[in-house]
Design a protein around this ligand. Structure first.
Ligand SMILES: NC(=O)c1ccc[n+]([C@@H]2O[C@H](COP(=O)([O-])OP(=O)(O)OC[C@H]3O[C@@H](n4cnc5c(N)ncnc54)[C@H](OP(=O)(O)O)[C@@H]3O)[C@@H](O)[C@H]2O)c1
Length: 364
């Protein structure tokens, strides 16, 4: 038996057994909304059987297609742990557009073989370590994006499952002030935000315009630009109902894209970070000598499009900013969605209207 720290989300001071964990963790997402912050630091030690079951619950698809190809499966083999990997008991997972684009077959030429368990973002507990693992031990609370390169042979066994195997270099210790739901929403988005800003040569005193400021990536770009890089001025676009949210994230100029064309503004920016795929317009909003960072679609110079590389070291580097409250995860208020509602969660994400991150919790 191994001693594992697990979150106590219902203020229960007693020791739990993992088999009881599912029934004890809240089943009412709305209740969690209020309790999440208070529970974030509450942990308790529980006894967990170190022998992992051979099979697990997971979401699976056998063919590419719409959300209807997804099915819940109780009999998926728990992935083997390679030497450099740890096995993570998934506590929460977040969805990303890459999950549904992959499922739709957009990247099938470089995909791993079907069937697929989707899911890139994970927050959970290390339950087994490979023989070469140096930095993690059983019981560590970790988070990360499980695919180093999201489009080239991403893992067959993703994070929408009870267990997932991950290279230790892709993980970091979960920030102490975040609960698992909050942590699950960060890795892919914050790594994309940071890497894009770094590639653009962003630095203190520069101005930035973030296109898609209320999305999973955009909401974090705003905060990283301001609080990690020291932006002098941050502008961002969203629809009318999300302008106040942008301001609460630190935006100096919130632009309602339903009423104004950002590319027609007199003000130009040192960097435009485009998370929407509006490359041509974005190029009109950048100062001479500036850069446009794209993460979707095409861009001509001085713009560029890049694909993130998952990197646990980057998460570790950013953890102090998170723990100091300078970067706050934004979990979509419609969630978290329980494991049984993964189809509803994907349908919502695929509407393109999500605010921040769509998180799946509890699992299963
Ligand atoms: N290259 C990479 O490494 C990489 C990494 C991560 C993501 N991506 C890609 O980047 C894109 C964004 O990802 P995400 O996770 O941020 O998506 P997301 O969370 O689903 O984005 C949803 C947000 O986009 C906003 N939005 C939609 N149309 C907009 C417009 N015309 N102007 C301003 N905001 C608009 C919506 O706000 P409103 O409701 O206000 O419209 C909504 O809040 C996806 O295509 C994804 O695949 C690429």
């Amino acid at each position: 038996m191994a001693l594992i720290m697990m979150p106590c989300l219902i203020g229960c001071p007693h020791t739990l057994n993992l088999s009881r964990y599912n029934s004890v963790i809240f089943h009412n997402p709305s209740r969690f909304q209020g309790a999440a912050m208070a529970a974030a630091l509450a942990s308790e030690s529980i006894a967990v059987a170190s022998d992992v079951p051979p099979k697990m619950k997971a979401w699976v698809y056998d063919d590419y297609g719409p959300v209807s190809v997804l099915r819940a499966d109780d009999g998926v083999l728990v992935p083997e742990v390679e030497d450099q990997q740890v096995l993570v008991k998934v506590v929460a997972a977040a969805l990303n557009p890459v999950d549904f684009k992959r499922r739709q077959g957009m990247f099938k030429s470089a995909d791993s073989a079907l069937p697929t368990v989707p899911g890139y973002d994970v927050a959970g507990i290390v339950i087994k370590v490979g023989s070469q693992v140096k930095n993690f031990k059983e019981g560590d609370e970790v988070y990360g994006d499980i695919n180093e390169n999201g489009l080239t042979h991403p893992k067959r066994f993703g994070s929408l499952a009870e267990y997932t195997a991950v290279e230790e270099k892709l993980l970091a210790l979960k920030p102490q002030n975040l609960d698992f739901v909050q942590a699950a929403g960060l890795p892919l988005a914050i790594e994309t935000a940071y890497e894009g800003l770094e590639r653009a040569g962003f630095s203190a005193g520069k101005s930035i315009l973030v296109l898609g400021g209320a999305g999973g990536v955009g909401s974090i770009v705003i905060q990283v630009a301001k609080h990690v890089f020291g932006a002098s001025r941050v502008a961002a676009t969203s629809s009318t109902g999300k302008l106040e949210l942008l301001k609460s994230l630190g935006v100096d100029l919130a632009i309602d894209y339903t009423k104004e064309n950002f590319e027609d503004l007199a003000e130009k920016f040192d960097v435009v970070y485009d998370s929407v795929g509006q490359g041509d317009k974005a190029l009109k909003a950048v100062k001479e000598g500036g850069r446009v960072v794209g993460i979707w679609g095409a861009l001509s110079p001085p713009g560029f499009v890049f694909l993130l590389t998952s990197n646990g070291g980057m998460l570790t580097k950013l953890n102090p900013f998170i723990e100091e409250g300078k970067i706050k995860p934004l979990v979509d208020p419609k969630g978290p969605f329980p494991f049984s509602q993964v189809i509803e969660a994907f349908t919502y994400l695929e509407s393109g209207r999500a605010t921040g991150k769509v998180v799946i919790y509890p699992i299963p």
